[in-house]
Design a protein around this ligand. Sequence first.
Ligand SMILES: Cc1cc2nc3c(=O)[nH]c(=O)nc-3n(C[C@H](O)[C@H](O)[C@H](O)COP(=O)(O)OP(=O)(O)OC[C@H]3O[C@@H](n4cnc5c(N)ncnc54)[C@H](O)[C@@H]3O)c2cc1C
Length: 197
Amino acid sequence: MARHDGKRVCVIGAGIAGLVTAKVLHDDGFDVAVFEKAPAIGGVWASSRTYPGLRANNSRDSYAFSDYPYPATADDFPTAEQIRAYLESYANHFGIWPRIRTSIEVVTVARAAVNAAPQSLDVRLAQGGDGARFHVTIRPAAAGAGTPTTLPFDFAVVCNGVFSEPLLPQIEAGSDLLARCCTRARPSTLPTSRRRT
Ligand SMILES: Cc1cc2nc3c(=O)[nH]c(=O)nc-3n(C[C@H](O)[C@H](O)[C@H](O)COP(=O)(O)OP(=O)(O)OC[C@H]3O[C@@H](n4cnc5c(N)ncnc54)[C@H](O)[C@@H]3O)c2cc1C
């Protein structure tokens, strides 16, 4: 398997998708940082987002990561508390936990030097650039809690779930492309003719 030592990846969101993305990329040698705007990991399963009595519709065998089964003590249809504990255990077990920053919201992801002529990484580094492909701007999630900071990354993976409002780029004459890119993320907002789920 190819190694990617030192390449920096920003993962946005620490729900199930963000956690498994971080784990796989970390295993492959990427330098991973996960930003989660909520105070805890787990996404929809975080304690602030669940209600008493909530359980998974799926069995614990089908709602598990393939390389990390639920403990034998979990119910066949795990409770929200058991899912939370499972996700926290997963993050700990695979060394992801130290890479997660909670209560940090990603506000923009921008291509680095988007208006500049294409240059090799060596040229940009020689000129004092950070060599990044993407500039990711973060800020404390609590309103008024701090100023935004922009960080350089080689890659960014959006794992923000289906319950976030997408900020879609304006692409003239590219609406079909945009539909193809975004349908998986939020199909219900697109006209039926443009859905490809
Ligand atoms: C009540 C309920 C019960 C469910 N039960 C089941 C079930 O039994 N079986 C099943 O298969 N599925 C179930 N689901 C579906 C569930 O959504 C998925 O299974 C899965 O948990 C989604 O994970 P995710 O990581 O894609 O998204 P999410 O869990 O939504 O995580 C996305 C994370 O991204 C963070 N985020 C968003 N924007 C930003 C930003 N700009 N900066 C930083 N962080 C950001 C959010 O705070 C969130 O924590 C259920 C959903 C709900 C709401």
